[in-house]
Design a protein around this ligand. Structure first.
Ligand code: ADP
Ligand code: MG
Length: 257
């Protein structure tokens, strides 16, 4: 199987539960940041998470690849509970890709090295094979001609596309995007959303925290609205934007639309 096929062939069959959160609670000191979160992301699904600043969206993402621990409840990825530490945790992290607001590329590595480092170091891939696969991924996100440059030589939109290619290079089962376009100049937002839309069409399982409601309408299978650490409602984008059922969602939408 080539790498570019992988996003079309999640390990769990399309529609099967891939990421399952059950009764997840988390506190930061006195702050109850995640409250009884029950959420299932199905293989091949694009889940868009929206909600006011501080509602717990980033924390939710960070618990799914265990950048944050939880206080109670359970999280499984493809049937396996999140490991506590060690090699199993490293393996989990490679299965759950993450794309951050602030690209987080390695500044002193070339674009291609940024994409091949994980496969070589973590997956133990042969260097030449990683390079070929990396170039194919850069091609897929439209940056192949920049392969030998350093991140600082690229625009923000290009850097974020490299970050997406880097996540894909690990052959993840799911990719979490935490406000991937929030740090970009407006004219660069669409080039990143276009890559994400294509990934969604290819069948990649995606959890996307975003304020880009156009993307949510276009690409989401389901919209989850969070407020104050709770999932307040979830619906298809058509339902959610036309008929939000909670006052909190109505209030949120009235401010941003
Ligand atoms: P969102 O991504 O929806 O804006 P976050 O998940 O970043 O929300 O944050 C939810 C709440 O948790 C906020 O009140 C935030 O200040 C708080 N918070 C986030 N990270 C930490 C942390 N490491 N320590 C303490 N409080 C935190
Ligand atoms: Mg956030």
């Amino acid at each position: 199987m080539t790498q570019s096929d992988l996003s079309k062939q999640p390990v769990a069959p399309p529609g099967a539960p891939l990421v399952v959160l059950s009764a997840v609670n988390k506190h930061y000191g006195d702050l109850h940041v995640l409250r009884d979160i029950d959420l299932t992301v199905h293989a091949g699904e694009v889940l868009v998470v929206i909600g006011p600043s501080g509602s717990g969206k980033s924390t939710l993402c960070r618990t799914i690849n265990r950048l944050e621990t939880i206080d109670s409840g359970s999280i499984t990825v493809d049937g396996t509970p999140l490991p506590e530490e060690g090699k199993a945790l490293a393996a989990l992290r490679s299965e759950v890709g993450m794309v951050f607001q602030s690209f987080n590329l390695f500044a002193h590595k070339t674009i291609l090295e940024n994409v091949t480092l994980g496969p070589i170091k973590v997956r133990g891939r042969d260097k030449a094979a990683a390079r070929t696969a990396g170039l194919a991924l850069l091609e897929r996100v439209g940056i192949a001609s920049q392969a030998d440059k350093l991140p600082a030589q690229l625009s923000g939109g290009q850097q974020q596309r490299v970050a997406i290619a880097r996540a894909l290079a690990m052959e993840p089962k799911v990719i979490l995007f935490d406000e991937p376009t929030s740090a970009l100049d407006p004219e660069m937002i669409n080039e990143v959303l276009d890559v994400m839309t294509q990934l969604a069409k290819d069948g990649m399982t995606m959890v996307v925290v975003t304020h880009e409601m156009g993307f949510a309408r276009r690409a989401a299978d389901r919209v989850v609205f969070m407020d104050a650490g709770q999932i307040v409602e979830q619906a298809t984008p058509d339902e959610f934007f036309a008929h939000p059922s909670s006052d909190r969602a109505k209030d949120f939408l009235s401010k941003i639309l």
